[in-house]
Design a protein around this ligand. Structure first.
Ligand code: AMP
Ligand code: MG
Length: 488
């Protein structure tokens, strides 16, 4: 705030830092970084307004963590995590700071969190920094998911730090300001459970119940109902991901939010051509987090959460185990319920019958191995109700598809549903090649114009606009296979 008029005082942000206040021993204070020249490159005015924050209350130095606003928490949270199946007992915010909590316009509590703000107690060998590319990717992905009505953390802003950091090559450093319902993770529970600190697991569960699932506090077994609520939220979330072709990439338990929001966008991407085995992350050599495995991995992650809670579910081990098993087993049915709900809506089927399940299963058969763009397939279906069968152009060989399409038209037989279908089948998604182009221009040429245009297009993914056809299509089929590098 170099040009602050004399006598002008920024109104203070109304922080209410419950995590810091109520959970001593669950975090460590962070030290403010020393960046050469923090500069704002993005600020989300719409989100700021929801949070009751004005841009003038958050300078670039504040958003870098360097000059925390009055009342900020400035703490790094402790957590553990199962990473690609192996347990790391001590992870924590190695490059992030909780600036604090605020209550938004709807009365919801939100974390304001800085990612890339320097080393902390939990940094281990890392530099505590973030490169501009991944910061921009997380910004864009979170905002795109939000516009697609998928629970997610969001981006309030981004600053460059004026520093060059070493990754696979030298990259500009940056800090993302992330907004989340909270940063409680499955890994937060694992951290204390692994240390045998069950009193802390209980304390964390009480905090999480009060913050996210207050209805559970009134029941006979609040911890069981809490577990059940988290399972439900994750089943809902992953069903959304699957319906839209999203691949998270790193579904480690430290990246699974108790709130049910999508969190920690690293090497994530949207699938273009339908292939259930799609993997984007260069660090996922065995396809553990491939598209088709996401529900299974979510289920696995939730079992890890249940394990941490066994002793507080019931004093008798056997009873606790049975309780946990029953509730964990419910994931599959809940997931299927939400998934069918999403998929039938995408097909314009509102009162599904058992035959509709066959129609859906056959749909997956016909799109398999055909290089069909997953997003455009659904988007173009509705056009067939008005006699335009360009959905068939998406197939290498459309013979079986044409038969299926006839069945589908006969089933829905109502052109009036086209608008409802368009409202759930986006036309614009963050296409990998477009995201990459935008990030490259920003990183290499300090050119934010492509990024800003893409962000703008993705803020309204369901409304077709005439001049935006380049945002609609996948990369040419002979383009290089797409990989995203963690590059954090
Ligand atoms: P992520 O891959 O972002 O989910 O991070 C996994 C763990 O590694 C978390 O504990 C992070 O805080 C930590 N981490 C990732 N990158 C860095 C870094 N550059 N410096 C310090 N810690 C990091
Ligand atoms: Mg993470």
């Amino acid at each position: 705030m170099a040009n602050k008029p004399i006598g002008y005082h920024l109104p203070l942000i109304k922080f209410d830092n419950t995590y810091m206040r109520d959970l001593a021993g669950f975090y460590t204070p962070t030290i403010s970084p020393n960046f050469p020249s923090p500069e704002k490159i993005l600020f989300n005015h719409e989100l700021a307004a929801e949070l009751g924050i004005e841009e003038s209350q958050l300078s670039a130095a504040a958003l870098s963590g360097q000059e925390p606003p009055e009342g900020a928490a400035m703490i790094a949270m402790a957590y553990a995590g199962h990473q690609f199946g192996g347990f790391s007992p001590s992870l924590g915010d190695g490059r992030a700071t909780l600036l604090g909590e605020v209550i938004d316009r709807n009365g919801a509590r939100k974390d304001i969190h800085l990612k890339g703000s320097g080393r902390t107690e939990y940094s281990r060998g890392g530099d505590g920094k973030a490169a501009l590319g991944p910061v921009l990717r997380e910004y864009l992905m979170g905002e795109a998911m939000h516009a697609l009505n998928i629970p997610t953390t969001r981006a309030l802003g981004a600053v460059t730090t004026g520093e060059n950091i070493l990754r696979d090559s030298i990259k500009p450093g940056a800090v993302l300001t992330r907004i989340a319902s909270s940063h409680l993770r499955v890994g937060s529970f694992e951290y204390f459970h692994a240390r045998g600190e069950m009193d802390k697991v209980r304390q964390l569960a009480d905090y999480a119940i009060a913050r996210h699932y207050p209805e559970a506090s009134q029941t006979e077994n609040p911890y069981l109902d809490f577990l059940s609520a988290v399972i439900n939220a994750q089943a809902y979330l992953v069903a959304k991901w699957m319906s839209i072709g999203f691949v998270h990439g790193v579904m480690n338990t430290d990246n699974v939010a108790i709130s049910g929001e999508t969190i920690d966008y690293g090497p994530c991407a949207f699938m273009d051509r339908y292939d259930p085995k799609t993997v984007f992350s260069s660090i996922d050599a065995h396809g553990r987090y491939a598209y088709e495995k996401q529900p299974i991995m979510a289920h696995w992650n939730l079992a890890r959460l249940a394990e941490t809670m066994l002793p507080i579910l019931h004093p008798e081990e056997e009873v606790a185990f049975k309780m946990a098993n029953n509730v964990i087993a419910s994931f599959q049915d809940r997931y299927t319920y939400y998934w069918l709900q999403n998929m039938f809506a995408k097909l314009g089927i509102y009162e599904p019958t058992p035959e509709d399940s066959t129609l859906l299963a056959d749909m997956y058969e016909i799109i398999k191995g055909q290089n069909v763009d997953f997003t455009l397939f659904f988007r173009r279906l509705a056009d067939a109700l008005e006699g335009n069968d360009h959905v068939l152009d998406l197939f290498d060989d459309d013979e079986l598809a044409a038969l299926w399409l006839e069945r589908w038209i006969k089933r829905v037989a109502d052109a009036d549903i086209a608008a409802d279908m368009d409202a759930v089948n986006p036309i614009y998604i963050p296409r990998n090649h477009l995201v990459n182009d935008a990030l490259e221009a920003a990183e290499n040429n300090q050119d934010m114009s492509k990024f800003n245009q893409l962000l703008d297009v993705l803020s309204d993914p369901y409304t077709e606009r005439e001049d935006l056809s380049e945002f609609e299509n996948p990369a040419p089929i002979d383009a290089e296979p797409f990989r995203t590098f963690c590059g954090t």
